[in-house]
Every structure is written in structure tokens, then in C-alpha cells.
Ligand binder design. Structure first.
Ligand SMILES: Cc1ncc(COP(=O)(O)O)c(C=O)c1O
Length: 303
């Protein structure tokens, strides 16, 4: 997670100096907002994938969280993101915009001032290269994903990820790779940091947006499956529907598109990356790396 510089409120700051005070309210109460973005190396140089959409979600998260004095426009954040990658001379990287609150302790956001940082570092696929080819073993978590009137799931608020951390650590400590959480009604919601899709009889299914993050990779897959003439339905899925599906994969900016070979010790399909998953993976990587008809629309080039 090392880099030379981070962007902090308009300035490029050396890594060691990118610090905040231990009494910063976000650290105590979890009201911070973040994004996770990737830049890829393309035939036309480094480009950021779906930058505008990620920054739009960043501002939407702040709005959902009730931040009324968010200090920067999308345009400023685009320039700052490109500046950060440039300063670190990365050709491909992960980018983490973060909004945190400064000011007095006590839980009244109107007494706090938002501050924004942007970090970037070189980071391979979150669940590993092998997972992309061979797939992962998923645990249906005993932790429930947020009720939408407890933690609003359309916002990437730091505090929402305590629930993710509980589910992820239980899964990994129990020998699984990742956790999928059910919503308060018992339907499949999402993983600790990824959305989920299943394939049954040639049709793709993914849970509707109700209780999940509106993932940008999820949106790419919906659009790419349309391009590929693959039928897709957004509808509620039960855990046993996952067990008897032909293919399952999970997706997110950090993880990219990862096949699921087993869930709760039940083999999915033939336990290998399925043909539709592979098609979607290929289309996604082509789009992100500048080799797809969607690329121009989705990439912001560095120079
Ligand atoms: C809980 C959760 N669901 C889904 C996703 C996937 O979202 P995206 O594809 O925009 O990275 C993420 C990652 O940001 C996440 O944290």
C-alpha cells in the first residue's frame, strides 16, 4: 500500500506525512466515505476505469450520509486522482479516495469539517491470481447484511464495513476464501466487498439493488452480458438456488471477476470456472484494459 505521494485537500503530501489526529471523529464513529477504483495499463497508456462513475458514487455516498458541506466537485476530484497517479508514476494501480471528518468528538456531524485524501498503490487482484482461474470457496455467513434502515447500503460508509470484517474474518478463519451475506429476509445479498451473480440454464441472475451496494463492476457485467446476448434477471436468490446453480461468480473493483467453485462444501457446477463466467471475465478485462468497444466510454486516460 506504499506510494510516494497522497493527495490531501489540494496538496501532494509525502507518504510518511499523510497522517491525521487520533481524535479525528471518523476514527471513533466510522462516519467516513470511500471509493475503490482501478487504473489499468492500456495500448494508449494508463487509464482509470469508470472514474466519473466512482466519483459520482463518492458524492452520492456523502449525500446519503448527510454531509452538507462536501468540499469538492467531481471535476476537482478527477484532476486530483490523475495528479496522484502521475506523481507516483504508476502504470496500473488501485486508487482509494477517502473523506473523513475532523473536529470535536461527540456525535453531531454538523460540528465536523470534511477532509479528503486520495491514495494510490500497486495492487494485484484482491483474492489472488489463482482465484481468477480456479475459483474460490464461499461461506454463507451467519452474519446478516445490513437492514436498509440501519445502515444504508448504497453508501460506501466506513462503518458499514465492520459487518463485512466480521463476515470475512469468520470465513477465512474457518478455511473459506470469502463470505456471502444474506439480507434480513434471508435472501442472498452480497459478499464482504463484492456483488454476486449466478448462472442457471444459460441465464444470469443477480440480487436486486435493495440491500446491496450499486457496484460499478455489477453494472459493467449487466451491460456486457447485454452485449453478449446473455439473458440476465435482477431478482431475489435463496442460498439453495446458489447451491444448485450451474455457475456462480463474484465481482468488484478490487477482486475483479472471480469464479466460485464451492459454497458451504457444495460443489458448484463441475467445480471449475464455467463458460459464461469466462466470457464475462474476458469481456470485463478487455473493457478495462482498452481492448473493447466499451473501453472509450469507460476509460479516462492519464495524458
Ligand atoms: C459491499 C460491497 N459490495 C459490492 C462491491 C463492488 O462494488 P464495485 O464493483 O463498485 O467495486 C463492493 C466494493 O466496492 C463492496 O464493498
Amino acid at each position: 500500500m506504499k506510494s510516494e505521494f497522497l493527495w490531501m485537500d489540494g496538496e501532494l503530501v509525502p507518504y510518511q506525512k499523510a497522517q491525521v489526529h487520533v481524535l479525528t471523529p471518523t476514527l471513533h464513529y466510522g462516519l467516513g466515505i470511500f471509493e475503490g477504483i482501478r487504473a489499468y495499463q492500456t495500448p494508449n497508456g494508463t487509464a482509470v476505469f469508470r472514474l466519473q462513475d466512482h466519483l459520482k458514487r463518492f458524492l452520492h455516498s456523502a449525500k446519503i450520509a448527510g454531509i452538507r458541506n462536501f468540499p469538492y466537485s467531481t471535476e476537482t476530484l478527477i484532476t486530483a486522482t490523475l495528479q496522484t497517479i502521475h506523481a507516483n508514476q504508476f502504470s496500473a494501480c488501485y486508487i482509494r479516495p477517502y473523506m473523513y471528518m475532523t473536529g470535536p468528538l461527540g456525535i453531531n456531524p454538523d460540528e465536523w469539517e470534511p477532509a479528503v485524501s486520495i491514495a494510490a498503490w500497486e495492487w494485484g487482484p484482491y483474492l489472488g491470481e489463482e482465484a481468477i482461474r480456479k475459483g474460490i470457496h464461499l461461506m454463507v455467513s451467519s452474519f446478516t447484511r445490513h437492514h436498509i434502515n440501519v445502515m444504508m447500503t448504497k453508501a460506501k460508509v466506513s462503518g458499514n464495513y465492520v459487518n463485512s470484517a466480521y463476515a470475512k474474518s469468520l470465513a477465512v478463519r474457518s478455511g473459506f476464501d470469502e463470505a456471502v451475506l444474506l439480507d434480513p429476509d434471508g435472501y442472498v445479498a452480497e459478499c464482504s466487498g463484492e456483488n454476486i451473480f449466478m448462472v442457471k440454464d444459460g441465464t444470469l441472475y443477480t440480487p436486486p439493488l435493495g440491500t446491496v451496494l450499486d457496484g460499478i463492476t455489477r453494472d459493467c457485467i449487466i451491460k456486457l452480458s447485454h452485449d453478449l446476448d446473455l439473458p440476465l434477471k435482477e431478482e431475489s436468490i435463496s442460498r439453495d438456488q446458489l447451491y444448485i446453480s450451474d455457475e456462480v461468480f463474484i465481482c468488484g473493483t478490487a477482486a475483479e471477476v472471480v469464479p466460485v467453485r464451492e459454497i458451504d462444501h457444495r460443489i458448484i457446477g463441475d467445480g471449475k470456472r464455467g463458460p459464461i463466467t469466462k466470457k464475462i471475465q474476458n469481456a470485463y478485462h478487455a473493457a478495462a484494459k482498452g481492448n473493447h468497444s466499451r473501453s472509450d466510454q469507460w476509460l479516462t486516460y492519464l495524458d
